[in-house]
Structures are given as C-alpha cells and as structure tokens.
Write a protein that binds this ligand. Structure first.
Ligand code: ADP
Ligand code: MG
Length: 245
C-alpha cells in the first residue's frame, strides 16, 4: 500500500479544518510568547492552499502526485502566511515534495519516513534551529525519527504516520519546558519557559491530520483493512485535536 495524491489532498484539507478549529488556541499560544498572529496566519495559509487545490482540480494543472500537492500547498503557505511560519513550512513542504519525486511518487512506509525527514531538515536549515530551541523543529525532528523506527519495525504507512503523530504530540508538549532560542519568542529569554510553542503545536496538528488521512485512505481499501485497524488503534490513544494538554 502506498500513499498517493488523494491522501496528500486529504492531509491538506484536514489540516485546513484543524487550523480553523484551533485558530483561537494557536492565537492564545502565540499571544503568550509571540505576537498573537499564528492561528490567523495558518488558518489563512491553509485556506489558501485548499482554495488553490479546488481552483486547479478540473484544469491541466490538477495535481496528479503527492509532490504536486505538496508544491501547491508550499506555495500557498509561503504566499499567504504572514509570519515566520510560512517560509519555514513552505521550505519544509518543498523539500518533502522533492523527496516524494525522488521516490517516483510511490510512497511506502520508508518513503513517508524519508519525506518527513526531508521536511524536518528543510525547516531546521531554513530557520537555523535545532532540537531544543523551542520551535516547530521540536516536532518535525522527533516525528521523522519515530516514523523511521515504525517503518523499520514493519509498520504500514498509516502506522508510520500514527507513530509520527504521537511523537509530534510529545514534541509539542516538550517545548513547554524549553527556553526559546529562535524566532520572536527568543526575545523573551527565560520568560518564554512554561509556554507551549505555537508553531510546534500547529505542526503537531498537521502531523495528526496526515495520520488521520492515511487511516481514512486505508479504511477505504478493502485489502488494507488490517492496516486501517492498526492505524486507527494507534490513533485512538491520541486525544482529539482540541486537547492541548
Ligand atoms: P511570527 O513569529 O513571525 O509572528 P508565526 O507566529 O506565524 O510567525 O510563527 C511562529 C512560529 O514559527 C514559532 O512558534 C516557531 O515554531 C516557528 N519559528 C519561528 N522562528 C523559527 C526559526 N528560526 N526556526 C524554526 N521555527 C521557527
Ligand atoms: Mg506570530
């Protein structure tokens, strides 16, 4: 079983819904250690990505591959997210698209782990941030590592993404104890401690949506029923989007 452009589109559409649903929570997180625009930024950016996917759906520019979908999304985020997160996520998704293309768009369990890795490396390089700096890198890097482990253990793509989503959630929580070294929150120094990083939280939401999209895709394919069940089980231990604790 491989992940295809239908999965990628569903990932983006679910992410857009999640950002709308969590808009105010993300704003509150950013208000505490930033300028309070993060929820608005991502809601606007993902809405623009969905609008673009809709606009090209019936045209010659319709996306046929995971790489196509990631490129359209990256461009929309870079253009429409007003803050630091736009170029960072845009770069991450462009690197991910390049990796998807290198796999000839046949994305299996190891393939999706490598795609998450490419995104993590892209964000880290663009932001010059490493794990421990209290940024979205604290979510993408452990998510990619967990994905590699799950793929090595023989997990199907949905299970790999569920493992990534679990690690992402822990990674977002771990930022609470950190002092920010990059981005706007770093201006606060010690005062940034005891707050969750907003970008880490929105990235954890994105990764949860990626796993949910894979679970839905597996569930729609009769021969993938065992994988759908395992993915579902892995995801059921995660609280729903709204629970930040
Ligand atoms: P801004 O800080 O410009 O208002 P956003 O509010 O949209 O941008 O995004 C803030 C988030 O971006 C932070 O919570 C953090 O996760 C991420 N971020 C900021 N700077 C960096 C960086 N240099 N490297 C990685 N991530 C960063
Ligand atoms: Mg902000």
């Amino acid at each position: 079983m491989e992940l295809d452009s239908t999965w990628a589109q569903d990932w983006v559409r679910r992410s857009a819904q999640a950002m709308t649903q969590q808009r105010n929570e993300l704003i509150d997180l950013d208000r505490a250690i930033g300028d309070g625009d993060h929820g608005e930024n991502l809601d606007r950016g993902f809405a623009a990505a969905v609008a673009q996917l809709d606009a090209v759906a019936e045209t010659d520019d319709a996306p046929h591959t995971v790489a196509d979908v990631l490129r359209i999304t990256a461009a929309a985020l870079m253009r429409h997210v007003g803050g630091a997160a736009g170029p960072l996520l845009g770069t991450g998704l462009l690197r991910a698209a390049r990796e998807a293309e290198a796999q000839n768009d046949v994305i299996d369990s190891h393939g999706i782990a490598r795609i998450l890795d490419a995104a993590a490396q892209g964000i880290s390089a663009r932001g010059r941030a490493v794990v421990g700096d209290k940024t979205m890198v604290d979510v993408w890097v452990p998510a990619a590592q967990a994905a590699h482990r799950a793929a090595d253990e023989g997990g199907c793509p949905g299970q790999v993404l569920a493992a990534a989503a679990q690690a992402a959630r822990s990674g977002a929580k771990d930022t609470e104890a950190m002092v920010a070294k990059r981005g706007r929150a770093s201006f606060l120094g010690e005062d940034s401690r005891d707050h969750r990083d907003p970008g880490a939280q929105s990235s954890a939401l994105m990764l949860l949506c990626a796993a949910q999209a894979a679970a839905a895709m597996h569930a729609a394919q009769d021969h993938e029923a065992p994988c759908a069940a395992l993915t579902h089980e892995a995801l059921s231990s995660l609280p729903d989007l709204g629970d930040l604790s």
